[in-house]
Design a protein around this ligand. Structure first.
Ligand code: ATP
Length: 383
């Protein structure tokens, strides 16, 4: 039985439709991330799961219980928000103990739980301090501790790391993942950061305009995005998009893009080409465009262009190349010997491209099954 189920859930604020017809399930112990641009409905969905908002339509289930109208206290969930909302005048111990005390837990049991959680979060030596005497990361851990001390069925986290600097975010990200794995509590985590989503989630729900466009494993989102929005949202730097067209019939299909026309393997299309001509967009990830000097041998297709920008990160360099009036980002080795305005040739394996219908944005390729790493939490999303 799923731990969480949304059944045709919509939410209106006045006549503004914030959430439209959400249907999804979350399994027991799963770590699901809600990701998407600002205002797409992530927090509203989380709040409906927490019982802080009531759906206008549809039902929310936790286990076998319809909780659509149940108050937060009856849902056995714990939540951490972006602002940790710690009590500034209380010690770390008191901050952790406050919730159980209010619920009337026995004093000795509270002390045992506080020390257990403090131990897990490496806060043991800080129990006497006040929040103002702690670092951002330590305060963050108290907020997590308050969530854990209840031993709820579900953890809900809403942008919990957005107040931290980049280095601390990375550390805390690992700590939350490690904790979640250890406790195996069903977790829903809201972020607008695709890197956070890709590194943390067992599955990721990509939101746009109040709908979930795709809910899938990181690998599926990356390799088989259902549409251009998901494809461009996942991966950094983001996918390059070039205008193109498909023409022909049956097995004799040609793909025109970047000023050329090439034979295209029609077997890769999810549906046979019905029209003589179809306007498409060609998606190419920066890491699939290689400097010709060190391209893998499988990259037989060539694209020529002029270098318009160079961004070096250290381990790699992203070079912006102007191809037929479209700027595209390509991956070069670190510190390549190239200059602005130089003409370069890029190499591409045509098996690496994505194709989207230009009008709908739908991915029109069939499922691609590349050699992979693990099915979840891919290392290329890090950093
Ligand atoms: P962000 O990443 O900026 O926090 P979000 O994806 O979490 O955004 P929500 O906060 O869920 O988005 O908001 C979804 C939509 O509903 C937005 O258009 C927002 O303005 C609207 N909205 C949210 N809460 C209310 C409210 N209480 N009253 C009216 N409109 C609201």
């Amino acid at each position: 039985m799923p731990n969480v189920r949304f059944e045709h859930v919509s939410k209106l604020f006045g006549d503004h439709v914030a959430i439209r017809d959400l249907n999804f399930e979350i399994k027991e112990g799963e770590f699901v991330v809600f990701v998407g641009p600002s205002g797409c409905g992530k927090t509203t969905t989380l709040r409906m799961l927490a019982g802080l908002e009531t759906p206008s339509y549809g039902k929310v289930w936790i286990g076998d219980k319809d909780v659509t109208l149940a108050p937060p206290g009856e849902r056995d969930i714990s939540m951490v928000f972006q602002s940790y909302a710690l009590f500034p005048h209380m010690s770390v111990y008191k901050n952790l103990a406050f919730g159980p005390e209010v619920r009337g837990m026995q004093k000795s049991l509270i002390s045992e739980r506080v020390h257990q959680v403090a131990e897990m979060l490496d806060l043991g030596k800080l129990l006497h301090r006040r929040p103002s005497e702690l670092s951002g990361g330590q305060r963050q851990r108290i907020a997590l501790g308050r969530m854990m001390i209840r031993q709820p069925k579900i953890f809900l986290l809403d942008e919990p790391l957005s107040n931290l600097d980049a280095a601390l975010r990375t550390t805390m990200r690992s700590e939350i993942m490690e904790l979640q794995r250890r406790l195996a509590v069903t977790t829903v985590y809201v972020t607008h950061d695709q890197v956070e989503a890709m590194t943390m989630g067992d599955r990721i729900a990509v939101f746009k305009d109040g709908s979930i466009l795709q809910i899938d494993t990181p690998r599926q989102l990356y390799q088989n995005p259902t549409n251009k929005f998901v494809a461009c949202f996942v991966g950094s730097p983001k996918m390059n998009i070039l205008p193109g067209s498909l023409s022909g019939r049956a097995t004799a299909v040609k793909l025109g893009f970047a000023g050329g026309s090439i034979a295209f393997d029609a077997g890769r299309l999810a549906q046979p080409l019905a029209l003589e001509e179809r306007e498409v967009e060609v998606g190419i990830r920066p890491q699939d465009l290689h400097w010709i000097k060190d391209a893998p041998s499988r990259c037989g297709h060539r694209l020529g262009g002029v270098v318009s920008n160079i961004e070096t990160t250290g381990p790699e360099t992203y070079v912006v190349v102007d191809i037929q009036g479209t700027s595209i980002v390509s991956k070069f080795p670190s510190f390549p010997d190239i200059k602005f305005g130089q003409t370069v040739e890029l190499a591409l394996d045509l098996d690496d491209i994505y194709l989207f219908d230009r009008a709908s944005g739908d991915n029109i390729l069939g499922n691609r099954d590349k050699p992979t790493q693990a099915d979840t939490k891919l290392p290329w999303a890090a950093g």
